[in-house]
Design a protein around this ligand. Structure first.
Ligand code: 5GP
Ligand code: ZN
Length: 114
């Protein structure tokens, strides 16, 4: 998908700060961090959102989650704890339509809210 931002990041056409990479996933820092650590994990293959990804390829969704856990370990936030977020749709403020896992931590996080 040449018009997809995260496909272009995966292809190296748009620069990003990579944190970790596997055969099937890429983890890079969010450009507008919402916590001291804010990393995005994407499947290299394009899927619209987490639900579509899980339906099409459950193993790839498991890879994304495993990469998220590895990112938490590499960033040193696995001890104090962290949050995984998958946004879907307008009410969640979703802006990029390539499935991605937010890994947030590095400081105490606020509760969920509006
Ligand atoms: P969403 O709201 O769709 O779940 O999250 C999209 C995320 O992608 C946002 O947190 C936003 O800051 C991040 N983002 C948008 N454009 C770019 C970009 O060009 N590079 C990086 N590294 N992150 C981006
Ligand atoms: Zn894509």
């Amino acid at each position: 998908m040449s018009d997809c931002l995260f496909c272009r990041i995966v292809a190296g056409e748009i620069p990003s700060t990579a944190v970790h990479e596997t055969e099937t996933t890429l983890a890079f820092r969010d450009i507008n961090p919402q916590a001291a650590v804010h990393v995005l994990v994407v499947p290299k293959e394009h899927h619209e959102d987490v639900v579509a990804l899980g339906a099409a390829d459950p193993d790839l969704l498991a890879d994304v989650v495993a990469t998220g856990a590895e990112v938490a370990r590499l960033e040193g936030i696995d001890g104090p704890g962290y949050r995984f977020v998958f946004n879907t749709g307008e009410h969640a403020g979703r802006t990029v339509f390539h499935a991605h896992l937010h890994v947030l931590g590095g400081e105490p996080l606020g509760m969920f809210g509006r």
